[in-house]
Design a binder for this molecule. Structure first.
Ligand code: S3P
Length: 175
């Protein structure tokens, strides 16, 4: 078995919901880097972006990842932009196998279009999703151990697919 399990993926990819299911299937505790960042800063994510900017938010995210290295028994759900920082791409696999929850940009947009996420408060959020997705795709690829396309899957099917893939991968490594 793995020590922890890390979920990365674009906003709306289902990291929190799938993370909750994975937590109940594995018995691991669910932690969410956005929640830890907000706790650390004593303010909400939109407030951090508004008052201090994205760079400050990214530095807080890195601090949270550093604090998770060495812990065991966690499902770690991350913020969608965590892979944009090189140091984070280095830290993520040190925590545990990194699972990229992927879906088509169109699907992702449908899931986030009514949300208040700071980076999507633009004149054309559909285009923003498309552009951010294209820019981040290679970074998720670089950080991840496995990729699951959840476009046509329920959260439960996605969680089960994650565990099946990780177990399959472990078996292959043991051979
Ligand atoms: C962000 C995604 C958000 C949150 C912040 C920045 C991003 O998390 O960390 O608003 O850069 O994609 P979710 O992926 O959970 O929405």
């Amino acid at each position: 078995m793995f020590r922890n399990l890390v979920l990365v993926g674009f906003m709306g990819s289902g990291k929190s919901s799938v993370g909750r299911l994975l937590s109940s299937l594995t018995g691991f505790a669910l932690v969410d880097t956005d929640t830890l960042v907000a706790q650390e800063a004593g303010q909400s994510i939109p407030a951090i972006f508004r008052r201090h900017g994205e760079e400050h938010f990214r530095a807080l995210e890195t601090g949270v990842l550093q604090s998770l290295v060495g812990r065991i028994g966690l499902v770690v759900a991350t913020g969608g932009g965590i892979v944009t920082v090189e140091e984070n791409r280095r830290l993520l696999p040190q925590i545990g196998p990194v699972v990229w929850l992927d879906a088509s940009p169109d699907h992702l947009y449908q899931r986030v279009k009514h949300s208040k996420r700071p980076l999507l408060q633009t004149a054309d959020p559909r285009r923003t999703v498309e552009e951010l997705y294209r820019a981040r795709e290679p970074l998720y690829q670089e950080a991840a151990t496995v990729r699951i396309d959840s476009t046509n899957l329920t959260h439960r099917q996605t969680a089960e697919a994650v565990l099946a893939l990780l177990r399959q991968q472990q078996e292959q490594q043991q051979q």
